[in-house]
Design a protein around this ligand. Structure first.
Ligand SMILES: Nc1ncnc2c1ncn2[C@@H]1O[C@H](COP(=O)(O)OP(=O)(O)O)[C@@H](O)[C@H]1O
Ligand SMILES: O=C(CO)[C@H](O)[C@H](O)COP(=O)(O)O
Length: 562
């Protein structure tokens, strides 16, 4: 790896005036969004979104070829570059800000979205577009579950000390499982991959021209703990050809809020920003949002609720929380432990239902009222009393990230009768995700990590009924982020720190972040009624947790698809 120089915000003193701006760019699952933010107070002056031309590649590669196997999810690096070329200049235009007043740019990415690259950063899919394994694997590529299972079994057998930092299980979404899958299914691509790099770091490489690796993705997704990755012996025991895997990863890890480098001439040409402005160290969409919600202090759990939900929380204590995604020192903010847990499917589950299960009469009615399917179903669902639909669902349609860590689990719905209507199911699915969130919060608290405040962020904040369900199910007031673009604002906050405009992330979050306390308050009667349904959810959860039925069904499906 190339040598990396990373300065913290404190050390640079770039000199930042009152009218200085930072640009944050959020690379999501379907689109990238840029926002221009005033560094003094976090005012958002302009933003722009660029939808990825290829979206999520799940069926076939962009050039055609055979159908991809089940559970694959790929992306195109050119789509990501297009965000820099279009959304950033459009956001600058919308903001009416002189680019010369921009002091820094920061980015955040979905994770673990990871790609094989050459030593100069060229994605292998740009050399071998016909090889599926040469393409970036999106976070929700779940086809490496058998590899994750082997990693977990071996780590448990060898008593690997790092396993407890991941709640006892490594996810199939992460770097090791996905890397092992490439080795075993396409050894040539594995051998050609001089780098196995998170898109979070790759995009920073595009901006600066220099490779850097961030402490956040290395810790949560790369199993980097206490200064090292799992040993070469461990990797070799998985597969002798895997022994050198960590040689493809990064070893000099850059701290969050640091400056990864300066904007290259080429990236200045793409973005319209001045060459040489500070570029922040790469980061993850969920983790930057904690700064945007001014929630980087211990005990504030931020739920970033969109396609999936991530729960992130800084804490001054280290504990083993079963089924959490990970705890990483400095993983959200330097100096504290950063916890992450998550639900792999949330908005995605509602989206699946709205797309596949709404009758034509509902679609017509929604159209007539100028509502989306989500809005129409919500308007019907919110009229019901708690429990009136007689249903309970398990929110595992995209697997279970916490607390079971098993992506071969699938969704369950019980209690249907001939009177069950679409809005009943839609409501039961919303409730199921809220019960999943409660399971996570209770697991943290039972493990000695108190959740003092629950802060909601992300696109689902737009559904107020859904938020009220969460407040009722969690039996606690919810704070809400005061921005519609949390990750992009968070990335801009990191850019401001990297540019020296604020001394550190905590100070920048206090100045630029936005949090509204008690935005949703629980109703005691509904909360009591939900306690009964939650008890049923937990019974169903424990019944299906071992995967006996659900794994068999998946095996039958996979066999039939082959
Ligand atoms: N009114 C709504 N109620 C519930 N879910 C919605 C609604 N509108 C969109 N969604 C779901 O929200 C998700 C998009 O959330 P968003 O935060 O914008 O995306 P991302 O997580 O990719 O950043 C989609 O999965 C979609 O199905
Ligand atoms: O795993 C994650 C972060 O660690 C996120 O779930 C992943 O990045 C996708 O997020 P989104 O729901 O915003 O698309």
């Amino acid at each position: 790896m190339l040598p990396v120089t990373v300065a913290s915000g404190r050390e640079k003193g770039d000199g930042v005036g009152a009218d200085a701006y930072a640009v944050g760019v959020d690379f999501g699952t379907l689109s990238g969004r840029a926002v221009v933010v005033r560094v003094a107070d976090g005012a958002e002056l302009g933003s722009a979104v660029h939808e990825y031309a290829h979206g999520v590649i799940e069926e076939r590669l962009p050039g055609g070829g055979p159908r991809l196997p089940p559970d694959w999810a790929l992306q195109s690096p050119e789509d990501w570059r297009d965000v820099l070329r279009t959304a950033v200049p459009e956001a600058l235009d919308a903001a009416g800000v002189d680019p010369a007043d921009v002091v820094g740019i920061g980015t955040d990415f979905t994770a673990c979205t990871v790609l094989p690259a050459a030593a100069d950063g060229t994605p292998l899919c740009e050399r071998h577009p016909d090889r599926p394994h040469a393409w970036p694997k999106l976070w929700k590529h779940h086809a490496a579950q058998p590899h994750a299972d082997r990693i977990n079994a071996l780590a448990a057998e060898r008593g690997e000390p790092w396993l407890a930092r991941y709640g006892g299980k490594i996810s199939s979404e992460w770097e090791w499982a996905k890397g092992l899958q490439v080795l075993e299914e396409d050894p040539e691509t594995y051998a050609a991959a001089e780098r196995w790099i998170e898109a979070a770091d790759w995009i920073v490489w595009q901006l600066t021209g220099t490779e850097s690796r961030n402490v956040c993705t290395a810790g949560y997704k790369g199993i980097h703990q206490d200064g090292s990755y799992p040993s070469a012996e461990f990797a070799a025991a998985l597969n002798p050809g895997f022994a050198g895997f960590t040689g493809k990863l990064g070893h000099d890890l850059a701290p969050l809020g640091g400056r990864a480098g300066r904007l290259s001439a080429e990236a200045a040409g793409w973005t319209g920003l001045p060459e040489g402005v500070a570029v922040a160290v790469g980061n993850v969409d969920a983790h930057v949002t904690a700064a945007a919600a001014d929630a980087v202090r211990p005990g504030r759990m931020v739920a970033i609720m969109g396609t999936s939900t991530c729960h992130v929380m800084a804490s001054d204590r280290l504990a083993e929380v079963p089924g959490m995604c990970g705890v990483v020192r400095d993983g959200i903010v330097p100096g504290l432990w950063g916890y992450e847990a998550g639900q792999s499917g949330v908005g995605d589950i509602f989206g699946w239902f709205a797309e596949t299960s709404v009758p034509a009469s509902y679609a017509r009615e929604a159209d007539a009222r100028g509502m989306s399917a989500h809005e129409y179903l919500t308007s019907l669902a919110e009229r019901q009393n708690v429990g009136e639909h007689g249903l309970v669902a398990l929110d595992w349609h995209n697997g279970n990230r916490s607390v079971l860590v098993d992506h071969d689990l699938s969704g369950v719905l019980v209690g249907q009768t001939l009177a069950t209507r679409p809005e009943d199911v839609y409501r039961a699915l919303i409730e199921a995700t809220a019960f999943g969130a409660r399971t996570i919060v209770e697991t943290f608290e039972a493990s000695g990590v108190p959740v003092e405040e629950f802060v909601v962020a992300g696109g689902l904040l737009g559904n107020r009924f859904l938020m009220q369900v969460y407040a009722d199910v969690l039996r606690r007031p919810l704070s809400a982020i005061g921005s519609g673009q949390g990750p992009a604002l968070g990335a801009a906050i990191h850019a401001a720190v990297a540019a020296g405009a604020h001394p550190d992330i905590t100070a920048a979050a206090a100045a630029m972040g936005k949090r509204i306390p008690d935005a949703f308050v629980p109703d005691p009667a509904r909360a009591d009624a939900y306690d009964r349904l939650y008890a049923e959810y937990r019974r169903l959860h424990d019944h299906f947790a071992d995967g006996a039925v659900l794994h068999r069904l998946r095996a039958i499906r996979n066999e039939a698809a082959r």
